[in-house]
Design a binder for this molecule. Structure first.
Ligand SMILES: [Zn+2]
Length: 136
């Protein structure tokens, strides 16, 4: 190893592979219901999705895996009519979860009209994908 002239430098452990953090965003619970896998800071309680290595609020690196609520409220949405990457039309939007997490997601708009602050619920697709749809 070349001498860098900084013999007092503290070795720094490499970060875990970031791909592992977002590899499994959905957990299927024992009752068959899906939950998004986020993280929660043990220092201040802030929750995140996707998972994070460091808390943006208190900079703690003590974050644990956390299963987020399946139900939330619709903050905003739009329907896309032109796309070069997937069939149209499709609807995307922001969903607010009780953990104070806002998620950008695909929305199933085929189950009735959407409205601001409308209750929505997570569902998992057969291909490992996920989306929110209007809740009863
Ligand atoms: Zn924190």
């Amino acid at each position: 190893m070349p001498d860098t002239g900084n013999s007092s430098a503290t070795p720094v452990a490499p970060l875990p592979d970031l791909v592992e953090l977002v590899k499994v965003p959905v957990n299927v619970n024992s009752d068959g219901a899906p939950s998004l896998v986020g993280s929660r800071c043990e220092g201040c309680g802030a929750a995140y999705f996707p998972r994070r290595l460091v808390c943006y609020e208190c900079r703690s690196a003590e974050l644990q895996e956390h299963l987020l609520s399946r139900r939330g409220t619709l903050y905003s949405w739009t329907t896309v009519h032109v796309s070069s990457s997937r069939p149209t039309p499709y609807t995307v939007g922001y969903v607010d979860l009780p953990e104070n997490v806002r998620i950008f997601t695909t929305l199933r708009a085929d189950r009735g009209p959407l409205d601001f602050d409308q209750p929505v619920q997570l569902e998992a697709g057969p291909d490992g994908g996920w989306a929110f749809h209007t809740a009863q």
